[in-house]
Ligand binder design. Sequence first.
Ligand SMILES: Nc1ncnc2c1ncn2[C@@H]1O[C@H](COP(=O)(O)OP(=O)(O)O)[C@@H](O)[C@H]1O
Ligand SMILES: [Mg+2]
Length: 259
Amino acid sequence: MNASATTMSDGPVLSIEGLTVRAKDRLLLDGISLDFPPHSLTAVVGPSGCGKTTFVRALNRMVELTPGLRVEGQVHYLGQNIYDPSVNPVLVRRRIGMVFQRPTVFPTSIFENAAFGLRIVHAEDEEVDRAVTEALQQAGLWDEVKDDLDRPALALSGGQQQRLCIARALAVRPRVILLDEPTSALDPAATQRVEATMLGLKERYVLILVTHNVGQAARVSDRIAVLQTGKLIEVGPTEDVLERPREKFTEQFITGRFE
Ligand SMILES: Nc1ncnc2c1ncn2[C@@H]1O[C@H](COP(=O)(O)OP(=O)(O)O)[C@@H](O)[C@H]1O
Ligand SMILES: [Mg+2]
């Protein structure tokens, strides 16, 4: 194995340098630099409006779907800058998938919801079957739906729908999953199931979880990154940030002064 192959497998999956997002007259993200190692779950926390959603949308080029926003800086995925003009954003979004705040289930069957990204690339039926089964298993939904794959996905509970959205992202074999407050529309029992799914997934993927729930960050993350008005003000192992925050702002946030 040559040196560069070693670097590829041991180095960060995502490496962000000076990531800045501007609206016409406002700075939404201000020069964020951060590496994401393999098999890690980073919680991104901060008060409402601090730029969490903008941050994750900038990590898979979804931010450019919003007119008027400009991105500067670099986001390296396995060593390649995803903002390089030669890179196809659709491929970026397969490797770096996104799960939204509310489940984005389509009015079709459970199976076809999970198969969505594979149908777009005209995958063979056998490959679709295999990938959908594996994705539903990894998303922790298989046992609940395996006998009902042809039923309408909209008949599932909210928590099951959110795990189905996770399965849809997994089915196209990404390396990174971005989750933007994935449990904020769910009840406590459904939240607990999604948290269990995320814990299982961090063995295999890089997970970046936006949450305003400090308890959730404590339960599932290895590392916490704190944003304040578009700036990364503190990042460290979850326990350190929660028990020994370096910044006054972090301490105020985790003690609930902003809730
Ligand atoms: N398209 C846009 N144009 C201008 N400002 C925006 C746009 N999108 C978001 N913002 C502003 O950027 C800030 C960060 O938003 P957002 O990333 O959604 O924060 P969070 O997810 O932490 O609540 C907010 O003040 C929001 O109003
Ligand atoms: Mg948000």
